[in-house]
Design a protein around this ligand. Structure first.
Ligand code: 3Y8
Ligand code: NAP
Length: 249
């Protein structure tokens, strides 16, 4: 009997949820619970952590899950490691639905760095006007730097480690014109972005190109080797190929 856990929180996960619902497959959509009001899905949803890889393994067993599709964000490394470990331990098929990384094109002015600390290290010493479009979880690394900050967050923050930062509350997907207007209005000189890939966050890159803004591009964290596809339909094809899995074999 096929029963799918879809680890979501990305545009591709939402598209796949539509396909699973249309195919009337038995699936559960899982959010971490990071945002106050995540977008509703056309599948039964669960919100919140599982309690590490072990907790996830117990949940998979209790819910009699036959397939796991990890459609989480490329920077959501912990849940991806947990899914890899839990599926290996339980003998469950795992597929990652992951969009390809962005690559710099003609006219792009990118400085690639391996991680958030690398982004902190390459920003100029003299004050600049920096659009930190990396969300909320990694802001403390930039505290103490002399720059004027523009932040974009999904929910209004309780407290921020960057006093005086300008904050835009917005949930993507974003538009090139919108991001261009935003960056021009704030006189942005540098954009810091995660190499998320996908379409929901790439508008700012085109805007930066048009405005001649330097992009500090943070590379993705390393993940364990797993089967990966880039398109929701390919995930549906995988489900049909793998069929109803027998648990634990
Ligand atoms: C909770 C679910 C959909 C999915 C939409 C995509 C597109 C819009 C672009 C910028 C970059 C950023 C951030 C971003 C984008 C999509 C996608 C994507 C980047 C929601 C969502 C959840 C989250 C969590 C949130 C993080 C934050 C990251 C904002 C929902 C809207 C910066 C990543 O306040 C917080 O704690 C926010 C945390 C993880 C990164 C961070 O470290 O702060 N996403 N984003 C998911 C859950 O609970 O499981 O609320 O509806 C999903 C989306 N965010 O279905 O349309 O597919 O990438 N999300 C980044 O890419 O750099 C914004 O501003 O330009
Ligand atoms: P993370 O660092 O990889 O995960 C931290 C912990 O959050 C996990 O160990 C797990 O808790 C829980 N978790 C994460 N994703 C979950 C999910 N889909 N369902 C249930 N529990 C989940 O993840 P993150 O970077 O905080 O991202 C959280 C969510 O936001 C994910 O759904 C991701 O797709 C989405 N998102 C993240 C980014 C980003 O930049 N990181 C961007 C866009 C969307 P337990 O250990 O207790 O199980």
């Amino acid at each position: 009997m096929t029963r799918i856990l879809l680890l979501g929180g990305t545009t591709e996960a939402s598209r796949l949820a539509q396909l699973l619902a249309e195919a009337r497959l038995d699936a559960v959509f899982s959010y971490a619970g990071r945002t106050a009001a995540p977008v509703a899905q056309p599948l039964p949803m669960r919100v919140g952590g599982f309690g590490g890889a072990e907790g996830l393994g117990r949940w998979l067993e209790a819910e009699r899950i036959s397939h796991v599709i990890d459609a989480t964000h490329p920077f959501a490394a912990q849940i991806s490691r947990n899914a890899h470990a839990a599926c290996a331990a339980g003998g469950l098929p795992l597929l990652a639905l992951q969009r390809p990384a962005w690559v710099a094109g003609p006219g792009d002015d990118w400085q690639k760095v391996p991680d958030v600390a690398g982004a902190v290290a390459v920003l100029p010493l003299r004050p600049m006007r920096v659009f930190l479009a990396i969300g909320k979880q990694n802001l403390e690394a930039f505290a103490g730097l002399p720059h004027d900050w523009l932040l974009r967050l999904v929910d209004p923050p309780e407290a921020l480690p960057l006093p005086g930062a300008q904050v835009v509350i917005a949930r993507g997907p974003f538009t090139v014109q919108g991001d261009r207007d935003l960056m021009a209005a704030h006189g942005i000189t540098h954009l810091v972005a995660k190499n998320s890939g996908g379409t929901g966050a790439e508008a700012k890159l085109a805007a930066a190109r048009a405005l001649g803004v330097r992009v500090v591009m943070i590379d993705r964290p390393p993940l364990p080797p797993r089967r990966e596809v880039a398109k929701p339909q390919e995930a549906m094809d995988w489900l049909h190929q793998t069929g109803p899995a027998l648990r634990g074999v």
